[in-house]
Design a binder for this molecule. Structure first.
Ligand code: DOR
Length: 462
């Protein structure tokens, strides 16, 4: 039996016994007990003797996950998601903080709208931080009231969904943000290069007869913004990175000490452009059929052109997905962020090119990461670092499992498997090509700010 709690619940007290503790903050990987007393992590020897003891043998506890990129669709598209349903999806996925993107309708481009979302987020199943629009109406021209927004505690600014197309405006934003210590979160896509495209350019797009998005659409903006960050001293964060070229440019910029960070989505790591042609293997699996030979193999008519696979930026070819995974493994990519993009059925059950881009991701992110860990593509401590410690640090939050800190954690079974079904998701939408796919990793408990926000099983012993 699973249940949700909220940040407004009383602080929790319990002891997890025999759990594998993975804390990227100090590289801890050890089996021990974890004690939470009135919401605080304490030395297990000091926990009261009547604290409920939960048998956690075989389970892993990591710091609460932190997502730098979600679309909660409020205001304007509440039938796709609300702050409440999105927060539950987050807790179900092990997240304790999510950052809400401003491309709502109307957009989060003024303090009153940001305040409204923060108010709706009070006492939900997950902390919600807001990323405010970088420009008014997200039109790319007039900068929003960033000083006042910064005082409200925004996590950054972004015109996500679109790039800040004008280099002049992007430069002004970086200069203005620099003393505030906040990032410009950039959706790197040159619209002149991507116009009219619906998937990544390459042999698969050619085979399918779909207009292709060239990798240079991302790289040209990454190069531009790195130059602007260097010149202004501002901080640029590239979100949903999807190309090996962009990754290389960021690696070089980091080596030169430029203030640049980035995230990648779980779907750009695990899925590939072959999914648009109907293949259903992960990037690290040996390609077969149309994935191995886009021109020679037959298409599976039930899976090819699945609108659930339409996403922006588009899914990458296998070699680039693997390069991105290596970028997470070596730390060049700071964080894994879902770009959770719920859409109602009528915007997805249409032909591929007419479908709204985006897929949900909060409830499958940890599982896709664990699938990569299972095949040796990533170490577990690195996965949890990219899903929790590092993104939290980027938005000024601390995550650690050391006694003396507020309890903010996720407990999961790394090997148990579950099948992704719409009925099992807490999100109000189910637009993901992973429906029907079996994944490793079941979240058993999420604790945010000392409160149990999600729980599945984990019965008390003694
Ligand atoms: O796939 C996407 N969906 N990419 C974006 O940049 C925006 C997002 C959305 O809002 O649906």
């Amino acid at each position: 039996m699973s249940s949700f709690g909220s940040l407004g619940d009383p602080a929790a007290t319990f002891v997890l016994t025999g759990v594998r503790v993975i804390d990227p903050w100090n590289d801890e990987d050890a089996v021990r007990d974890i004690a939470v007393v009135e919401g605080q992590l304490v030395d297990p020897a000091k926990a009261p003797s009547d604290a409920p003891r939960l048998d956690a043998r075989g389970l892993v506890v990591g710091p609460g996950l932190c997502d730098l990129h979600v679309h909660l669709r409020e205001p304007g598209m509440e039938r796709a998601e609300t702050v409440e349903s999105g927060a539950r999806a987050a807790a179900h996925g092990g997240f304790t903080t999510v950052c809400a993107m401003p491309n709502t309708d109307p957009p989060l481009d003024e303090p009153a709208r940001v305040a409204m979302v923060l108010e709706r987020a009070r006492n939900r199943a997950c902390r919600v931080r807001v990323i405010a629009a970088a420009t008014r109406a997200r039109e790319g021209e007039r900068i929003t009231e960033i000083g006042e927004l910064a005082r409200m505690g925004i996590a950054g600014v972004s015109d996500d969904g679109s790039v800040v197309a004008s280099a002049r405006v992007a430069r002004g934003l970086l200069a203005y943000l620099a003393p505030l210590g906040l990032p410009l979160i950039e959706h790197a896509e040159d619209p002149a290069l991507s116009a009219g495209s619906v998937m990544r350019a390459g042999p698969t797009a050619t085979r399918l007869g779909l207009a292709g998005w060239p990798a240079s659409a991302e790289l040209s903006i990454v190069d531009r913004d790195i130059a602007l960050a260097e010149e202004t001293g501002g901080w640029v964060h590239f979100t949903h990175l999807s190309t090996a070229g962009g990754l290389d440019a960021i690696r070089r910029a980091k080596e030169r000490g430029i203030r640049v960070t980035c995230d990648v989505t779980p779907h750009h790591l695990a899925l590939t452009d072959a999914w648009v042609a109907g293949w259903r293997g992960f990037a690290w699996e040996e390609p077969t059929g149309v994935a191995a030979d886009p021109f020679g193999a037959p298409l599976d008519a039930t899976l090819a052109y699945d609108p659930a696979c339409r996403v922006n930026p588009p899914l990458a070819p296998r070699a680039e997905a693997l390069a991105l995974l290596a970028g997470v493994a070596d730390g060049t990519i700071d964080s894994i962020a879902t770009d959770h993009a719920p859409h109602p059925l009528e915007r997805k059950r249409v032909e591929f090119g007419a479908a709204a881009p985006g897929m949900i991701g909060l409830e499958t992110a940890l599982s896709l990461g664990l699938a990569a860990v299972e095949v040796g593509g990533l170490e577990l401590v690195r996965l949890l670092g990219a899903l929790s410690t590092r993104p939290a640090e980027l938005i000024g939050e601390v995550r650690t499992l050391q006694p003396g800190s507020l309890a903010d954690l996720v407990v999961f079974d790394p090997v148990a498997r579950w099948r992704v079904e719409a009925s099992g998701l807490a999100s109000a939408s189910s637009n993901t090509p992973l429906l029907g796919v079996e994944l490793p990793g079941v979240v058993r408990m999420t604790v945010a700010g000392g409160r149990i926000t999600y729980r599945d099983g984990l019965a008390a012993v003694d």
